[in-house]
Design a protein around this ligand. Structure first.
Ligand SMILES: NC(=O)c1ccc[n+]([C@@H]2O[C@H](COP(=O)([O-])OP(=O)(O)OC[C@H]3O[C@@H](n4cnc5c(N)ncnc54)[C@H](OP(=O)(O)O)[C@@H]3O)[C@@H](O)[C@H]2O)c1
Length: 331
């Protein structure tokens, strides 16, 4: 269906899209983790508009540090197969947990299967409190191909596969990866509700949805999270985010730092990065965290140094002026 390696299916959402313009990101990692590896729960001085809660509770009982990890990039090229350096992928996952990450996002479609298998290989028996959030509803006939299949039978099979690969009896957060135009949303979610009633899913989330679809979904079962594309340059899901904030639903922005194309280091981003001696990527993540108390960014990387740089961004506090200047970049 879709061609680009890092682009899962895009669906028409709420607000206009701003163009991505380049791949450059500034370097610098002055916030790299120091003596204590666990960097969450830092201070919370900020203005009323800037979110400062270090944690968020999904579905009333799963409290996670707000900066998570996206495990799509630990697979092979074009999100296909095994990574070229499997030991490195395992290191990235273990380092994420050492640094305090307790929300890892994955999907059966990543690899397919290999992202979930690597997570289990690196982290099983999982540390207490670690939430592995996976997804079903997208199939991978080949590299670069992402084909929706949200038929109830397929979703049930997909869930069983994820349980097996992750070596779990229950998935804490199972997300419907997309809405399949060929299958009524209610039917897809009906299957997930059955699996939830059977004790195989703790909480259900959605991905790549509009606000109308979230409203429809909530008539079938409780929805605790939504995962849509969102970053400084692409805020077409702004209305979805506002809805999630109002309803206290977790919002996991994918491509939080622009995906494989990166973010254009526009003036306010660069200025803030220079002022704090950090990278543009770190500023972008800090801005997201401050954008909403329900924001749960899941930056993806295959590199331990990048991971350390990204997670350290949870400590960065932008000034209200910097925050506003970056906010104004919305197209
Ligand atoms: N639901 C959906 O439809 C959907 C779609 C896409 C993604 N996702 C999820 O969202 C997560 C995040 O999205 P993403 O991984 O595609 O995009 P992203 O987090 O915005 O960006 C990842 C890209 O940025 C690079 N990168 C990461 N940290 C960096 C740093 N500090 N400096 C420079 N480059 C850096 C990575 O390359 P290196 O490996 O070289 O660091 C990779 O190419 C995924 O892992 C996946 O779990 C969901």
């Amino acid at each position: 269906m879709m061609g680009d390696e890092s682009l899962e299916p895009k669906r028409a959402l709420d607000v206009t899209r701003r163009q991505f313009l380049g791949a450059a990101v500034a370097s610098g990692a002055a916030l790299l983790v120091g003596k204590s590896d666990v960097i969450f729960g830092a201070d919370s001085s900020t203005t009323s508009k800037m979110a400062s809660n270090p944690t968020f509770t999904l579905g009333g009982d799963l409290t996670v540090n707000r900066l998570g990890f996206g495990a799509m990039r630990i697979t092979g090229e074009r999100i296909w197969g095994w990574p070229p350096d499997r030991q490195n992928a395992l290191k990235v996952l273990r380092r994420a947990v050492e640094l305090g990450v307790n929300l890892i996002d994955t999907a059966d479609a990543y690899g397919p299967d290999t992202s979930e298998l690597l997570i289990a290989e690196a982290l099983y028996r999982y540390p207490k409190g670690l939430v592995v959030a996976t997804k079903g509803g997208l199939t991978r006939p080949g590299p670069g191909q992402w084909v929706p299949n949200c038929r109830p039978e397929h979703l049930k099979q997909a869930l069983e596969g994820s349980l097996k690969r992750l070596r779990l009896e229950r998935i804490d957060l199972y997300q419907l990866h997309t809405v399949d135009r060929k299958v009524p949303l209610e039917q897809s979610l009906g299957a997930l509700k059955e699996m939830q009633d059977a004790g195989k899913i703790r909480h259900v989330g959605l991905s790549n949805v509009s606000t109308d679809e979230i409203v429809r979904a909530r008539k079938v079962l409780p929805i605790v999270s939504v995962q849509n594309e969102y970053n400084i340059e692409d805020r077409k899901s702004e209305r979805v985010l506002v809805y999630c904030e109002k309803e206290n639903i977790g919002f996991l922005p994918w491509f939080p730092i622009g995906g494989g194309r990166g973010l254009k280091p526009e003036n306010p981003l660069n200025a803030a990065a220079k002022a704090h001696g950090v990278s543009v990527v770190q500023v972008a993540l800090a801005w997201l965290l401050e954008r909403s108390p329900v924001m749960l960014p899941i930056p993806g990387t295959s590199s331990v140094p990048h991971l350390e740089e990204n997670i350290a961004a949870a400590k960065l506090k932008l000034t209200p002026e910097e925050w506003k200047a970056i906010d104004a970049l919305a197209g």
